[in-house]
Design a protein around this ligand. Structure first.
Ligand SMILES: NC(=O)c1ccc[n+]([C@@H]2O[C@H](COP(=O)([O-])OP(=O)(O)OC[C@H]3O[C@@H](n4cnc5c(N)ncnc54)[C@H](OP(=O)(O)O)[C@@H]3O)[C@@H](O)[C@H]2O)c1
Length: 260
C-alpha cells in the first residue's frame, strides 16, 4: 500500500488519520505525519499508532501527502518543501479557497484538491474532489478509494467547489443549527424540556437519514409518505416551502460572503 503522509494534524488532519485507520483504508504503520507544534501530533500518534517525522521526511517518504494546514499557510509550506515534493509525489490539498492553479505553481508534485467533511469521522458524508492536470488515472483511483472508504468521493468542477462546500463541509453545521431551531420551537410551546426535544429531533434526523440513504427514498417521497393531504404534517410542510427558500437563499448568500 502507498505510504500516506499528513502535514498538519489539526482538526481535519487528525480526523482523516483516524478515519483512514478506522475504515481499514490504511494501517497505522502506513501513515506518517508532521505538525508544526509537536504536542498535537504526539497525541495523535499515541492514540492511533501512526509514525511521526519531520515535514521533509513526510513529504519525501509518502506516495500521497495530505496537506491539512490553513489556507494562508499552504504557500509557505509548499515553497519551503521545494524540490522535496517532486512529480513522484501526489499532493492532496484540503484547503478551501486555494485553487489548483496556485498549488501547481507552488509545487512540482501532482496535485489534487479534496474538501473533506467532519462526518467522515463516522465514515459518512461526501468529500468533494477535483484533480489537477498532472494527476494520473492511478492517482484518481487511489484518491477515490481512500475518500470512498471514509464516506463518498464526489468529483466536481473546481468552479463549483465554493458553493458545493456549503452543502458538504458546512452542511453538518447548517443542518444541526436548523434542527436546533426545530426542537426549540417545541420547547417554546412549554411542557417539553430542551433535552427531551433535542433527543426526539436527533432520533428523527437519524431515522430520516436512514430512509433517504438505506431505502434510497427521495426527499419528496419521504414528505409524501408522512404528509397526507389536509393533515397536520402537510400544513407544516407548506410553511417550510413558503419560508424556506428565503431562509436558505440568505444562508447561502451569507456563507458566500455576499452580504459583506
Ligand atoms: N474544518 C473543516 O470542517 C474543514 C472542512 C474542509 C476543509 N477544511 C480545510 O482544512 C484545513 C485545515 O483546517 P482545520 O480546521 O483542520 O485547521 P486547524 O485545526 O487549525 O489545523 C491546522 C493544523 O496545521 C498545522 N500547521 C500550521 N502550519 C504548519 C506547518 N507549516 N507545518 C505543519 N503543520 C502546520 C497547525 O499546527 P499548530 O498546532 O502548530 O497550530 C494545525 O495543527 C484548512 O485549509 C481548511 O480550509 C476544513
Amino acid at each position: 500500500m502507498t505510504q500516506i503522509g499528513v502535514i498538519g494534524t489539526g482538526s481535519m488532519g487528525s480526523m482523516l488519520v483516524r478515519a483512514f485507520i478506522k475504515s481499514g483504508a490504511a494501517a497505522p504503520e502506513e501513515v506518517i505525519a508532521y505538525n508544526r507544534s509537536t504536542k498535537r501530533a504526539a497525541a495523535l500518534s499515541q492514540e492511533t499508532g501512526i509514525r511521526l517525522g519531520t515535514c521533509r521526511e513526510v513529504a519525501a517518504g509518502a506516495g500521497i501527502v495530505f496537506l491539512c494546514v490553513r489556507p494562508h499557510e499552504v504557500e509557505g509550506v509548499l515553497r519551503e518543501l521545494g524540490d522535496t515534493l517532486s512529480p513522484r509525489t501526489l499532493l492532496v490539498s484540503i484547503a478551501a479557497e486555494v485553487p489548483l492553479a496556485d498549488l501547481q505553481a507552488w509545487t512540482g508534485a501532482r496535485v489534487v484538491r479534496v474538501i473533506p467533511t467532519l462526518t467522515s469521522e463516522i465514515l459518512k458524508g461526501a468529500s468533494l474532489v477535483v484533480f489537477g492536470e498532472r494527476a494520473t488515472s492511478t492517482d484518481r483511483d487511489l484518491v477515490r478509494t481512500l475518500m470512498d472508504a471514509i464516506g463518498r468521493a464526489v468529483e466536481v468542477e473546481e468552479e463549483a467547489f465554493e458553493l458545493l462546500t456549503l452543502l458538504t463541509s458546512c452542511g453538518p453545521a447548517f443542518i444541526a443549527a436548523t434542527m436546533k431551531e426545530f426542537a426549540a420551537a417545541a420547547v417554546r410551546r412549554g411542557g417539553v424540556s430542551p433535552a427531551c426535544a433535542d433527543l426526539l429531533v436527533t432520533e428523527t434526523l437519524a431515522g430520516t437519514a436512514g430512509l433517504l440513504e438505506e431505502e434510497g427514498s427521495s426527499f419528496d417521497e419521504v414528505i409524501s409518505r408522512v404528509a397526507t393531504e389536509g393533515g397536520i404534517t402537510a400544513k407544516g410542510v407548506a410553511v417550510i416551502r413558503k419560508e424556506g427558500p428565503g431562509v436558505f437563499d440568505a444562508v447561502v448568500a451569507a456563507a458566500l460572503g455576499e452580504d459583506e
